[in-house]
Design a protein around this ligand. Structure first.
Ligand code: ARG
Length: 460
C-alpha cells in the first residue's frame, strides 16, 4: 500500500482494515478499458483546450495506451491493494511517464470518472445481451416454423383448456423477448449520455469542452446537471430491471420445460448434452439447466433490489454507498448472459414429441368450447349450449369416453340439434384451424405472427 494521494490532509496512515474495506479494485478492475479510454478522451480535450500542455497531453495518451496494451496482454497485473481501478491506472501512468501523469486528473473527479466508466461499461454490454436475445428469438421462430400444425393442449390453471399448436406456444415467448429487446434498447438510450465534467458535484472552473469528450467517446449527448451527473444510477437500475423481466421470461419458459420433460407430460426430450443424471437413481435425466435458470432469476431480482435499496436514502450528490452498484449490476449482466448462453443451444437441440402433445390434447375435453360453439352456430344461445356441453362432458367422464368417441345417439338424446357433422366440428385439427383470428393458433395466424416478428426484429 503506497502513500495515499490525500496524505497531505492526514497525519496518520489508513488502517489496513479500512483500506481493504474501502477498496473496490477486486470488482471494478473489469472496467479498466473504459477507464483508460475515458482518460484518453479527457486528456485529449485538456490538451486541445490549453488546460494542459499539448506535449503533456500526448505523453499521457501514449502512456495510457501502453497501460491498456499491457493489461490486455497480461504483462501488467492489477495491484490488489490499490483503492480502485481509477487510482491504479493513474498511479501506473505516473510511474511510467512521471510528472505529466499527475496532470491527467485536472478538471476531473473520481465521481464523474466512475459515472463515465460505468455508463461506458454498460453500453458495451447491452448490445451483447441483445444479440443473445435476438439469437434466442431466431431459434424459437425456426422451431415454430417446423411446428405450425403440431397440436398441443393450451392451459389455464395448468388444466387443459383449448387446443393450440406448439408453434403458437413458442411464439408467445417470442413476443415477450421482443419486448425485452425494446426495454434493452430504451435503457441504452439513457445510458449513452456523457457525465464527465460534472466534477466532484459542481463541475469545474477550468474552460473544459464537454461536448468534445462526448464526441470522442461516441456518446449521444452530455448530462445536463452536474449534481445529477455524478449521483444518477438510474441507467444501472433500468438495466437491472430490464434483465429481471428478461429472466422472468426465461424462468417461466424453464418451468414449462421442467414440466414438459417429466413422464407426466413427455412433450419434449432434452438432448443428453443439456441434461444431467442422478448420483443414485440410474433412470434419471434431470433438466438442471432450466432449474438453475429459474433459481438464478431470483438472484437477478436480488441485484435489482440491491440497487434500488442502495439508492433510496442517498442525499445528493455522490456517497460511497454508490460503490456497491458495481457488484450488483455486473452480477445481473453476468447471470443473464450465462443463462442465455446455455438456454439457446438447449432449446435448439431439444426433441419435440408431437404424438404426446397430440394425445394430451385428445384427453382433456379441450374441444368442449367448440362443441358449444357448434350449437350456437345452429341457433342456440351460448349459455344453453354451454350447459348441454357440460352435461355431455359429465357423461363422457362417467363412461370413460371423449367427445370424439361419444356415440351420436348420446348427443341427440340430450339435444336434437346435434348431427353427424359434430365430429368434424370438434376434431382437434378443426378446432385449431378455426381459430384464425389475428394472434390465434391457426397455422395461417401463426405464420403471420412469425412474419410480423421477423420485421419487428429488424428494427433492433
Ligand atoms: N471506487 C469509487 C466508486 O466505485 C470511485 C469513486 C470514489 N469517489 C469518492 N468520492 N471516494 O464509487
Amino acid at each position: 500500500m503506497g502513500t495515499k494521494m490525500w496524505a497531505g490532509r492526514f497525519t496518520k496512515e489508513t488502517d489496513e482494515r479500512v483500506n481493504d474495506f474501502n477498496s473496490s479494485i477486486s470488482f471494478d478492475a473489469r472496467m479498466y478499458r473504459q477507464d483508460i479510454e475515458g482518460s484518453i478522451a479527457h486528456a485529449t480535450m485538456l490538451g486541445e483546450c490549453g488546460i494542459i500542455e499539448k506535449s503533456e497531453s500526448e505523453k499521457i495518451i501514449e502512456g495510457l495506451k501502453g497501460i491498456l496494451a499491457d493489461i490486455g496482454s497480461g504483462k501488467l497485473r492489477f495491484d490488489p491493494t490499490a483503492e480502485d481501478i481509477h487510482m491504479f491506472n493513474e498511479a501506473e501512468l505516473t510511474a511510467r511517464i512521471g510528472d505529466a501523469g499527475k496532470r491527467l486528473h485536472t478538471a476531473r473527479s473520481r465521481n464523474d470518472q466512475v459515472a463515465l466508466d460505468l455508463r461506458m461499461y454498460l453500453r458495451d454490454e447491452i448490445p451483447v445481451i441483445k444479440a443473445q436475445v435476438r439469437e434466442l428469438i431466431e431459434t424459437l421462430m425456426r422451431l415454430a416454423e417446423k411446428n405450425l400444425t403440431t397440436v398441443m393442449p393450451g392451459y389455464t390453471h395448468l388444466q387443459r383448456a383449448q387446443p393450440i399448436t406448439f408453434a403458437h406456444h413458442l411464439m408467445a415467448y417470442v413476443q415477450m423477448l421482443l419486448r425485452d429487446l425494446g426495454r434493452l434498447s430504451d435503457t441504452y438510450k439513457r445510458t449513452n449520455i456523457m457525465p464527465l465534467g460534472s466534477g466532484a458535484l459542481a463541475s469545474t472552473t477550468y474552460p473544459i469542452n464537454r461536448q468534445r469528450v462526448c464526441d470522442l467517446l461516441g456518446f449521444d449527448e452530455i448530462t445536463q446537471n452536474s449534481l445529477d451527473g455524478v449521483s444518477d444510477r438510474d441507467f444501472a437500475i433500468e438495466l437491472a430491471s430490464a434483465l429481471s423481466v428478461l429472466m422472468m421470461h426465461l424462468s417461466r419458459f424453464s418451468e414449462e420445460i421442467v414440466l414438459w420433460c417429466s413422464w407426466e407430460f413427455k412433450f419434449i426430450e432434452l438432448d443428453d448434452a443439456y441434461a444431467t443424471g442422478s448420483s443414485i437413481m440410474p433412470q434419471k435425466k434431470n433438466p438442471d439447466v432450466t432449474e438453475l435458470i429459474r433459481g438464478k432469476t431470483g438472484r437477478v431480482y436480488g441485484d435489482l433490489t440491491t440497487l434500488l435499496t442502495m439508492m433510496k436514502g442517498l442525499s445528493l450528490a455522490y456517497n460511497k454507498d454508490m460503490q456497491e452498484d458495481k457488484e450488483a449490476i455486473f452480477d445481473a449482466i453476468d447471470t443473464a448472459k450465462l443463462c442465455l448462453t446455455t438456454f439457446i443451444p438447449m432449446i435448439d437441440t431439444m426433441k419435440v414429441i408431437p404424438e404426446n402433445m397430440r394425445s394430451a390434447a385428445a384427453k382433456g375435453f379441450i374441444n368442449a368450447t367448440d362443441c358449444a360453439d357448434y350449437l350456437v352456430k345452429k341457433g342456440l344461445p351460448f349459455r344453453d349450449a354451454y350447459k348441454i356441453t357440460g352435461t355431455l362432458v359429465h357423461t363422457c367422464i362417467e363412461k370413460g369416453l371423449t367427445l370424439e368417441t361419444l356415440p351420436i345417439e348420446e348427443y341427440k338424446a340430450l339435444c336434437e340439434t346435434f348431427d353427424e357433422d359434430v365430429y368434424e366440428a370438434i376434431s382437434l385439427e378443426t378446432c385449431v384451424m378455426q381459430r384464425k383470428a389475428a394472434g390465434g393458433p391457426a397455422p395461417e395466424s401463426v405464420k403471420a405472427q412469425i412474419e410480423y416478428s421477423k420485421k419487428a426484429l429488424e428494427q433492433f
